[in-house]
Ligand binder design. Structure first.
Ligand code: NDP
Length: 185
């Protein structure tokens, strides 16, 4: 399901009509509940893609300071729960967070899901941090850019995902993964 839905549709009503057995987006309250208490269930695709990326590149999560900027139901909250499940020490930031720069500076892993172009600046990044940029923002010139100032941050980061070409394709891959699981049920 492509969110946001057109304004005349009630998102929660539509989500509740999806069978949890076929909830490949992981948006149904049953899937979200399962994730939060560590039961099996569909995990939403972008957060699952973020964890897959970290694992494939052997980036240690356990015991690391993970700072997630954004607390949406489709990215910020589920990715925070997944990082916690992997034993990260997780801090979630949002529009009311005070001293955001100082909080992000403590991160070994930064996940940016804000929706504001180049929001994460170079001086917010600790030397050697891994940066996962979930943002997809269309600039006035038509180009896509992430939530992270890539040029400034790549100088300090040990790993950094590009936009486009980083988390976006992982979301599609995880959706395919969930579709196969749903078909096999
Ligand atoms: P939302 O708009 O739903 O959430 C944005 C979050 O950022 C909110 O929690 C908001 O806080 C927080 N925020 C906004 N302004 C600030 C600020 N100044 N300081 C700190 N936090 C702030 O966005 P989504 O989570 O849906 O998406 C985020 C980005 O990821 C977008 O660019 C979107 O296009 C992209 N995206 C990419 C996907 C992919 O496949 N790569 C999939 C899904 C999204 P508050 O809650 O307080 O308002």
């Amino acid at each position: 399901m492509q969110l946001p839905l057109p304004k005349h549709l009630d998102e929660q009503k539509v989500i509740l009509r999806i069978s949890p057995e076929k909830d490949v987006d992981g948006f149904h309250p049953q899937s979200v509940g399962a994730l939060s208490i560590g039961l099996k269930g569909f995990v939403s695709c972008t957060p699952a893609g973020v964890i897959e990326l970290l694992k494939r590149y052997n980036i240690e999560i356990a015991g690391k300071n993970c700072v997630v900027v954004g607390r949406s139901n489709i990215v910020g909250k589920p990715v925070s729960l997944l990082l916690l499940r992997e034993h990260g020490t997780v801090t979630i930031c949002h529009s009311r967070t005070q001293n955001l720069k100082e909080v992000v500076q403590t991160a070994d892993i930064v996940v940016a899901a804000v929706g504001i172009p180049n929001f994460i600046k170079g001086d917010m990044i600790k030397e050697g941090a891994a940066i996962i940029d979930v943002g997809i923002n269309r600039l006035e010139n038509g180009k896509l850019c992430g939530d992270v100032d890539f040029k400034a941050c790549e100088k300090k980061a040990s790993y950094i995902t590009p936009v486009p070409g980083g988390v976006g394709p992982m979301t599609i891959a995880m959706l395919m993964h969930n579709c196969v699981l749903a078909a096999e049920k």
